[in-house]
Ligand binder design. Structure first.
Ligand code: NDP
Length: 457
């Protein structure tokens, strides 16, 4: 894919960029490695001051950055503003808590025959972050804020369709006072990632994106014995049981499915409804999906903007056609509006069977699949039936059912009577083919640290 800003609402190419040459990449890696030697010795107070300054700058530039993201990948301006606010919060969170999260952990010294023993977290070095376009600022910030606060330095290879957001972020940390090599944006295509990953100056990598990209980066890193954190796709279940508040469940279901124009790894994608409330829930849900306004993402009254790329819209059209062709019932949507750009109408599909692609694959667009479950066992079996394991939502007020969902849903995040979302305070990540490792919270900042055992006799 060319490195370019192409407005998904119009299809117009606004700006193209030349990828960095091998020599330019080498210069940046050299700078990162050199910077790490001094940056690692800075104290938390200094790093926190720079991080707070970056948060302040970002907050003051919210509108401009939000418009840039909307222009590059089509999320509604309202959603883009919220994303900026979330990043500011995430940066401040790590500025305030990094020192406590990475404090020495004392160990019972006599038990290990020492005078003193403890575990110490130390930074690892330059970490490569391969990031996707769907939350172009947040995905990168939730790597950058903990990485920088831990004393690591970051190299961002962002998705090729959000180059201006990527450059903004690189510049933001520098303007905030971080030394120039602490966080650099590498404008490179995915074909240039392997060489960076194999370079001895890069010590670890994190990737958020598709399963094939994750497998590729993890296998290269594995052959170099470099640690990776992977946050890949999901096909999150959203289970509705008879005791649920159906109106709240239906309203939240719409947001959970169409957030970010349907392009979120933790969007609810499969709606598994108990047979007793299936018709009632479906009526409310479909009515709300039909009422959504599709259109210009810059317009504050728009609910759903375009998909980020033509390829993404083609993929959604194909997966829906596959289901419809095999007998699924389209209850609403199922078509692309006749507009310039890559729009897709919010869609609900019922009667999905295992041979349809929709059953097992992630659909990255505003398409909800409906399933009917006879009881909680069937609901759990359906919820766990894909190869993914990122988030899961369950709606029930019955405490016994709640406990079963918490325990038996095979996912990295379980939200009961609410919508899966990320908070700086909660660990974030998946199991199975959704990836491994955790971002956010104390766990996220510790992923790229050397946890050194110290024994003093
Ligand atoms: P990709 O996984 O292809 O892109 C994500 C990032 O990985 C981009 O920076 C991309 O660079 C890079 N990349 C892609 N292939 C490789 C590779 N072989 N080696 C190293 N880096 C690579 O996602 P797409 O944008 O193509 O979306 C495809 C599907 O992925 C979606 O439909 C969705 O299912 C899933 N996805 C999941 C996301 C999530 O949040 N978990 C986010 C985005 C997508 P470049 O842009 O230059 O190709």
């Amino acid at each position: 894919m060319a490195i370019a800003t192409v407005n998904p609402a119009t299809g117009e190419t606004l700006k193209t960029f030349e990828p960095l040459s091998e020599h330019e990449v080498d210069e940046r890696l050299a700078l990162a490695a050199a910077e790490f030697r001094t940056y690692r010795a800075t104290d938390f107070k200094q790093r926190a001051a720079w991080m707070q300054s970056a948060a302040g700058l970002l907050e003051s530039e919210q509108e401009e950055v939000a418009r840039l993201m909307t222009t590059e990948m089509g999320k509604t301006l309202t959603a883009a503003r919220s994303e900026v606010a979330k990043c500011v919060k995430g940066m401040r969170y790590y500025a305030e808590h990094a020192e406590e999260f990475l404090a020495d952990e004392p160990v019972d010294a006599p038990a290990v025959a020492a005078r003193r023993a403890y575990a110490r977290y130390q930074p690892l070095g330059p970490v490569l972050a391969v990031m996707p376009w769907n939350f172009p600022l947040w995905q990168a910030v939730r790597f950058a804020a903990p990485a920088l606060m831990a004393g690591n330095v970051g190299l961002l290879k962002h998705a090729s369709n959000v180059p201006q957001t990527a450059l903004y972020l690189g510049g933001l940390f520098a303007r905030a006072g971080f030394p120039p090599g602490c966080f650099q944006t590498l404008l490179i295509g995915s074909g240039q990632v392997e060489a960076v990953l194999r370079d001895r100056r890069v010590v670890a990598a994190t990737l958020t994106g598709s399963e094939p990209a994750g497998r590729s980066v993890a296998s290269i890193a594995g052959s170099e014995v470099k640690k990776t954190v992977l946050e890949l796709g999901g096909s999150d279940p959203y289970v509705v049981m008879p005791s649920a508040d159906l109106d709240a469940a239906a309203a939240t279901a719409v947001t959970a499915r169409v957030q970010n124009n349907g392009q979120s790894c933790i969007a609810a994608k499969r709606f598994i409804v108990h047979t007793e409330v299936y018709d009632d829930f479906t009526g409310r849900f479909v009515a709300r999906m039909e009422a959504l306004r599709v259109g210009d993402p810059m317009d504050d009254s728009t609910d759903v903007g375009p998909l980020a790329t033509r390829q993404g819209r083609d993929d959604v059209e194909k997966i829906v056609a596959d289901a419809a062709g095999r007998g699924a019932r389209v209850l609403c949507g199922g078509w692309s509006p006749d507009l310039p750009g890559w729009f897709y109408q919010p869609t609900v599909i019922a009667d999905i069977t295992p041979e349809m692609r929709l059953f097992g694959e992630e659909v990255f667009g505003p398409v909800a699949s409906l399933y009917r479950a006879g009881d909680i066992d069937e609901a759990l079996a359906l919820a766990n039936a894909t190869s993914f394991g990122l988030g899961a939502n369950a709606w029930t007020t019955d405490p016994v059912e709640q406990e079963r969902f918490v325990t038996e849903l095979e996912a990295g995040l379980v939200f009961v009577n609410g919508m899966v979302t990320s908070y700086p305070e909660l660990p974030f990540g998946g199991v199975r083919n959704s990836g491994y490792g955790r971002e956010l919270s104390a766990h996220g900042i510790r992923e790229f640290c050397n946890l050194k055992a110290v024994w003093i006799g």
